[in-house]
Design a protein around this ligand. Sequence first.
Ligand code: GDP
Ligand code: IMO
Ligand code: MG
Length: 421
Amino acid sequence: MIVGAQWGDEGKGKVVDLLAERADVVIRFQGGNNAGHTIVRDGEEFKFHLIPSGILYPGKTCAIGNGVVVDPGVLIGELEGLRRKRIDISGLRISANAHLIMPYHVILDTEGEAKLGKLEIGTTKRGIGPCYTDKAARLGIRVQDMLDPKILRKKIFAALEPKKQLLRPFERDPRLDLHAMTEEYQGYGHRLEPYIADTARICWDALDADRTVLFEGAQATLLDIDHGTYPFVTSSNPVAGSACVGAGVGPTDIDEVWGVCKAYATRVGAGPFPTELDDEVGTHLRDKGHEFGTTTGRERRCGWLDMVGLRYASRLNRLSALAITKLDVLAGLDPIRVAVRYRSSEGAVLDEFPYHQTVLHGASAEYEELPGFDEDVGACRTPDDLPKAARDYLAFIEDHTGVPIRMVGVGPGREQMVTFG
Ligand code: GDP
Ligand code: IMO
Ligand code: MG
């Protein structure tokens, strides 16, 4: 299983692409098209929002699990993009039980943010939160419903009823016309029907035959609705435990959990970020790391690596390994700083990630300094190729988390990876 260990965009897509070669099934288990997973192959960039990052292997079974929220228009757009590039998409499977993002979810997301004003979360405005809200309220519409127009229409009607007040300003919006919406989604259903399947059973069949299933997390630990920096979080559970629910397997099916973590930290959207930098180092990270959102194009906030957050993520996900990405971006920074603890606004030392929102909002990071390196590490492939200062930095991360590092990214290309043991 691959999960994000920070605030997202750690390079999960790249790691999944690399590991997918040896997997029989790749499955997404939560989130939706708020995700943006990038893969760079032979200089060509692919950005996936819903389709699992294993799709570039011809015929590989790539499943969208029941825990994912699917915007079918976006999914069809992604499929068309891949077809144009002559990528084989025959291995795609979509859970019949996954929930659908409807036009009113997108409107409610955008309106909700506007109403919050300065207090906005900075969502991707893709309708993720309102869709999960309807799922919990049992007013959701599922992939299977697209295949039965009568049920589809009834369910859309029932879902719209309690939202009438909120949607009053959009009364005449053609996107919300019951008839048109039913037809639109019925059309999506026709197009997606060949891919709709029982994705849990696909996982069981593979696992029972001793084959490998790779679980692709989206978003990340600190954006988890239960364990992240609530309310500045997404509306699903990106932590490892959630893969069982979102794909339909048992905890004992999982052998390994890898956390992906940048060699520094970034965050898109609002919320606490104790190591955030508002200076020339932050600019260096943003420019050199091309830190602009894959989904929304927004500038990502940048800062030093936060060991308090990473230790928390390591325990919460019970990580068996770490993949550190973007080590190349640190070249030219000396010293490199790493947050090892926080200090509360009242002066208390905080070694652990604070569970109380107010404490976290007031916390400032305290750092250790490590020597930097100037060398371009983009061509390094083995640990011995790396400069000593870079190796020491990685050893520091292992010491402070107790989690072994298995991969280190030294550039966006799929070959730009240092593998350990
Ligand atoms: P994800 O959401 O976790 O899959 O990550 P994103 O794709 O949103 O963001 C990661 C970005 O960093 C992408 O543009 C990747 O191509 C790029 N990337 C991944 N690994 C590395 C690396 O080791 N070095 C550099 N320079 N870029 C990387
Ligand atoms: P990947 O999978 C980074 C952030 C948004 C916002 C918050 C809530 O590419 O790592 P939402 O639209 O989910 O309701 O927004 O979560 N967010 C992400 N940040 N990477 C992502 O996905 C994200 N998905 C959501 O910026 O702060
Ligand atoms: Mg991303």
